[in-house]
Design a protein around this ligand. Structure first.
Ligand SMILES: [Zn+2]
Length: 85
């Protein structure tokens, strides 16, 4: 899905925001309950780590890209507000 290659994302500040965004989105879409993993988008599970990853990639790939993009924008605009950009 292109998650694996944040360096291709320019400029650098966006690359940094992109990594953080992927992390934040991952926290939201991976739900851990009683030692098992569930999908945070549709609630399906339980999965093993690899199974959940495949599920997210196949079923929610586009949704997740949208979430990441929104999160990148949010992070970039909030870091600008704080004067760190
Ligand atoms: Zn799901």
């Amino acid at each position: 899905m292109g998650f694996e290659d944040p360096e291709s994302f320019e400029p650098r500040i966006l690359s940094r925001a992109y990594l953080d965004a992927v992390k934040n989105v991952a926290l939201r879409v991976v739900v851990e309950r009683g030692g098992a993993l569930y999908c945070g988008i549709c609630g399906r599970g339980p999965y093993r780590r690899k199974g959940l990853y495949l599920h997210l990639k196949r079923i929610h790939g586009d949704d997740i890209l949208d979430l990441v993009e929104l999160e990148v924008r949010r992070l970039v605009s909030s870091s600008k507000r704080r004067g760190r950009a």
